[in-house]
Ligand binder design. Structure first.
Ligand SMILES: Nc1ncnc2c1ncn2[C@@H]1O[C@H](COP(=O)(O)OP(=O)(O)OP(=O)(O)O)[C@@H](O)[C@H]1O
Ligand SMILES: [Mg+2]
Length: 328
């Protein structure tokens, strides 16, 4: 459905762009229909830049992004509008996505005017009612209100509803729950789970490993703009092979541990590399730091490349790819 092939993005720095900074470095990934792929990495690793390139908010510097077989970068005019009917983004801060001087209905009206002008009033209302039901919003409680009168969760769900009014096939969800409280988070996460079962492809951008583990089928770990490990979520979390992935996993605070207490012993190797069961985020042990089988680590180590050169990822088991450690 959505493919990135060798996508890089460099930004010009300095007064005349004389220096450049490589924010995304040769990233290739795929998202299938009905699949949630988590893009995980620390702040500044290039996650939002990838999301923005998919949404055509930034051009790629090299490589290609294709959606349903079409190169996204070539879309203009009608084709771009058709693309936005199928591909939409929702971002971290729901408040900044609304104009505070209008009621939230205004945000929906804009979509109607831009994309759905040919719907009759009755068809529009029918579609709106059904979409609001999908995102568990009670129209009476939300419509006609100003953004400051609603909760972050309601605003976020309304933004997802707005995207669903279109013929949505793919959603870029960039840190969409990081500003929500714990109970609303799970609602919005579960909503994404529902959408996935309806065939929507979702790129779920987060720096929170446990959220990625909870929601996604596949996981991509990004570091300094490059993929260091990716594959089926159970394999990446249950059998992390890149030192960076292991470091990220071991840095996750354990809810049942107390600050200042000695860190827990690492879990024993997972026999045959099998994955731990999925658990809700925040559940103790939701992200287990398993030690990968020594043979797999050796394969990764052997693939070390000369500094400054990026080698292809190594497929260490079915649907589990790891960057040679020399890659950075
Ligand atoms: N328009 C821009 N011009 C120059 N540098 C940029 C621009 N946009 C992003 N960057 C840089 O690119 C890098 C990646 O930024 P990006 O926003 O993609 O990170 P991120 O992984 O989304 O981080 P966070 O978790 O903090 O949102 C950062 O070093 C950032 O400073
Ligand atoms: Mg970001």
């Amino acid at each position: 459905m959505l493919r990135l092939d060798h996508v890089s993005k460099s930004f010009g720095l300095g007064a005349f762009g004389s220096r450049s900074f490589l924010a995304v470095d040769d990233v290739s990934l795929r998202v299938a229909p009905g699949e949630v792929v988590s893009l995980i990495g620390e702040s500044g690793s290039g996650k939002s830049t990838i999301g923005k390139m998919i949404l055509r908010l930034l051009p790629v510097s090299s490589g290609s992004i294709t959606f349903q077989g079409e190169d996204v970068s070539t879309h203009t005019g009608k084709a771009l509008k058709a693309y936005y009917r199928r591909v939409q983004g929702v971002f971290q801060d729901p408040f900044s996505s609304y104009n505070p001087i209008f009621t939230v209905d205004h945000a929906l009206d804009l979509v109607r005017r831009e994309y759905l002008g040919d719907l009759s009033g009755q068809e529009w209302r029918r579609r709106l009612t059904s979409v609001l039901e999908t995102v568990s919003i009670n129209a009476g409680e939300v419509l006609g209100k100003y953004p400051h009168q609603l909760s972050g969760g309601q605003l976020q769900r309304l933004l997802i509803a707005r995207a669903l009014m279109l013929d949505l096939r793919f959603l870029v969800a960039d840190e969409i729950i990081s500003m929500l409280d714990a109970s609303t988070r799970i609602d919005v996460l579960n909503l994404l789970g529902d959408l996935k079962t309806r065939g929507l492809g979702i790129l779920f951008i987060t720096h929170d490993l446990s959220l990625g583990n909870y929601i996604s089928d596949r996981t991509v770990i990004l570091r300094h703009g490059a993929v260091v490990e990716m594959g089926a979520t159970g394999l990446v979390f249950g059998n992390p092979c890149h030192p960076y992935t292991r470091a990220l996993l071991s840095a996750v605070p354990q809810l049942h541990a107390r600050w200042g207490a000695a860190p827990e012993q690492q879990a024993p190797p997972v026999p045959g590399g099998s994955a731990p069961g999925r658990q809700a985020p925040g559940t103790p042990g939701a992200t287990t730091t398993a030690v990968p089988p020594a043979g797999l680590v050796a394969t990764v180590e052997r693939s070390r490349t000369a500094p400054g050169r990026r080698a292809a990822l190594v497929e260490i088991e079915d649907d589990h790819f790891v960057a040679p450690t020399g890659n950075g």
